[in-house]
Design a protein around this ligand. Structure first.
Ligand SMILES: [Zn+2]
Length: 154
């Protein structure tokens, strides 16, 4: 079991001062369903930091993976994007808004060591296809869990 420590993002650092943590915790919970990983705010062998900053126009979020220290992973969300922070299924489809839970699931997959999946895979790790991430694979799938297991098994 991999324990990932996360540094909560302060509400004042998020766009419009909205609290992103419920959406981020929901994304963590979806990965925890694998039984392979758990997220903890206080301790863990890997550290994930969340932040908001100006990214490129067509970039929703970015995960910085360092070849030197795989156990420190900053995840940055584009502060200029329109974010839906809704965690419930009904509110996932806010027009014109990126769903933070779905995007966070994808970025956390990178933080856990997963690469992009082929575009036809049933996976939250399909690259840069917002319609698919938002409408089809908002959750990590068994495909993703199997890949995670392979990555975490020495
Ligand atoms: Zn990606």
């Amino acid at each position: 079991m991999l324990t990932v420590r996360y540094l909560p993002v302060h509400v004042l650092a998020t766009p419009n001062g909205r609290d992103a943590m419920p959406a981020l915790r929901e994304a963590m919970a979806r990965w925890e369903k694998s039984g392979l990983v758990k997220f903890d705010p206080y301790e863990g062998e890997r550290l994930v930091c969340f932040s908001f900053a100006s990214l490129g126009e067509n970039v929703a979020a970015h995960t910085s993976l360092s070849s030197e220290d795989a156990n420190y992973v900053p995840i940055c969300f584009n502060q200029n994007a329109s974010w839906s922070l809704a965690t419930g299924w009904r509110n996932m489809f806010t027009f014109g808004a990126e769903n933070m839970v779905a995007i966070a699931c994808h970025e956390m997959g990178h933080a856990l060591g997963l690469e992009h999946a082929p575009s036809d895979a049933d996976s939250v790790m399909v690259h840069n296809d917002p319609s698919r991430i938002i409408f089809q694979s908002r959750y990590p799938t068994n495909y993703d869990f199997n890949n995670l297991k392979a990555v975490l098994t020495p």
